[in-house]
Design a protein around this ligand. Structure first.
Ligand code: PLP
Length: 402
């Protein structure tokens, strides 16, 4: 009796799907079964399509990936192959490891996402891959570096940059890279494919931390790598992904699927709110500088207007009075939260000098505009008037306290 009960409990459950569920099913299964062993052999050897094991592929993850490929390639006549990964960082690591080996070099900018700089200088360096920093706004400098150093195999870039929102000319840089047979990898996390599609400007690979705007709700960590060389992606890249096990899990993929359905609505509102908040901050007497590409005063305004279809939800501003004033402002905010991420529905603030850019020497940091008084804002979906009121009240209060 008990033995039979145990067998009943243990036995695999079948799902009789008579008609399809309206929402994407979450396939929480590490493996997939075969009717007959011959079928298993055919799937393993690639003679027949099918699932084997979720580290190799999973229906939930693949459904989301197909949608993300279509989004990043939207309006472009390109066949794009993507893979979801366990985080934005693993996405970056995987593409670099897939493209580069001992003796190769990466050309990049100094103002990358902090984790990416550390990955390059503390992990990739150990694999014999050297990083060469450049001012990617200076095409002549890039060209002379490419000319003099044939070991440079990849240009890795981010635009707009964190946290000063300065932009790089994707078309000009990829054109130059291609003259020297160099691949370009673009981190498109801040824009999402709704605001900027780097493949349109010639990029070879696009990566994302889907943790940010694509998930959009701050509920999961995942990453994405997309490439237009389908055979490279399906062969070399997938092999590295599968064998390093940096695969996305189905639940985080499912959360991304949920997030992207409202992406255009959210990005429009993030952009509109950020634009209003940026202008209002620029008018406050306690604010020295506002970095937002939508402001006509921002150095990248005209490039951003050409390259992006909206200016996004990220901005930063600096207060007179340095770190002490910045901290007072941040502690006074009621609506905005202090949290070290971005792209969530609610407004988040961060102090780059003591968090994301803590490990960067002060002189280099300040050269890039990351001063002690700088506050980064991931502008959320609240009512814009409420947000403006919150920031102005915090600024007024902080300045009186001084
Ligand atoms: C957050 C972030 C990453 C890293 O992504 P994780 O999902 O945290 O691993 C990389 N690039 C940018 C621009 C980011 O904002």
């Amino acid at each position: 009796m008990n033995e039979l009960f145990a067998s009943l409990c243990v036995r695999k459950l079948d799902v009789p799907v008579l008609n399809p569920p309206q929402q994407l099913p979450l396939f929480l299964s590490s493996s997939f079964s075969f009717d007959r062993i011959e079928e298993g052999v055919d799937i393993f050897t690639g003679k027949q399509e099918g699932y084997v094991y979720s580290r190799y592929g999973n229906p939930t993850i693949e459904a989301v990936t197909r949608r993300l490929e279509a989004m990043e390639g939207f309006g472009l006549d390109m066949d794009i192959q993507g893979y979801l990964t366990s985080s934005g960082m693993s996405a970056i690591h995987l593409i670099l490891v897939s493209l580069l080996g001992q003796g190769d070099k990466v050309l990049t900018q100094a103002n990358l996402y902090g984790g990416t700089t550390e990955l390059l200088t503390r992990v990739m360096s150990g694999l014999g891959v050297e990083t060469v920093f450049s001012n990617l706004n200076d095409l002549e400098q890039i060209e002379s570096q490419l000319k003099s150093d044939p070991a440079i195999r990849v240009i890795y870039l981010e635009t707009p940059t964190n946290p000063t929102l300065s932009c790089l000319d994707l078309k000009a840089i990829t054109d130059l890279a291609h003259q020297y047979q160099i691949k370009t990898v673009v981190d498109n996390t801040f824009c999402t494919p709704y605001l900027q599609r780097p493949f349109a400007y010639g990029a070879d690979f696009v990566i994302h931390s889907t943790t940010k705007y694509l998930n959009g709700h701050g509920t999961g960590i995942a990453g994405l790598v997309l490439g237009k060389d389908k055979s490279f992606m399906k062969d070399r890249f997938w092999t590295v992904l599968k064998l390093t096990g940096a695969t996305c899990n189905p639940f985080d993929a499912w959360l991304v699927a949920n997030g992207i359905r409202t992406l255009p609505l959210r990005m429009d509102r993030h952009s509109a709110n950020a634009s209003l908040l940026a202008s209002s901050l620029a008018d406050h007497s306690g604010v020295d500088l506002v970095n937002y590409p939508g402001l006509a005063s921002h150095p990248s305004h005209s490039l951003a207007s050409r390259q992006m279809s909206g200016f996004g939800g990220m901005l930063s501003f600096s207060v007179s009075g340095g770190q002490a004033t910045a901290f007072r402002v941040m502690n006074q905010l009621k609506l905005a939260s202090l949290a070290p991420t971005l792209g969530d529905v609610d407004t988040l603030v961060l102090h780059p000098a003591t968090s994301s850019h803590l490990r960067i020497p002060k002189a280099i940091r300040e050269e890039q505009g990351i001063t002690d008084g700088l506050i980064r804002v991931s502008v959320g979906l609240e009512d814009a008037t409420d947000l403006i009121t919150d920031f102005h009240a915090a600024l007024d209060c902080a300045l009186v306290e001084k």
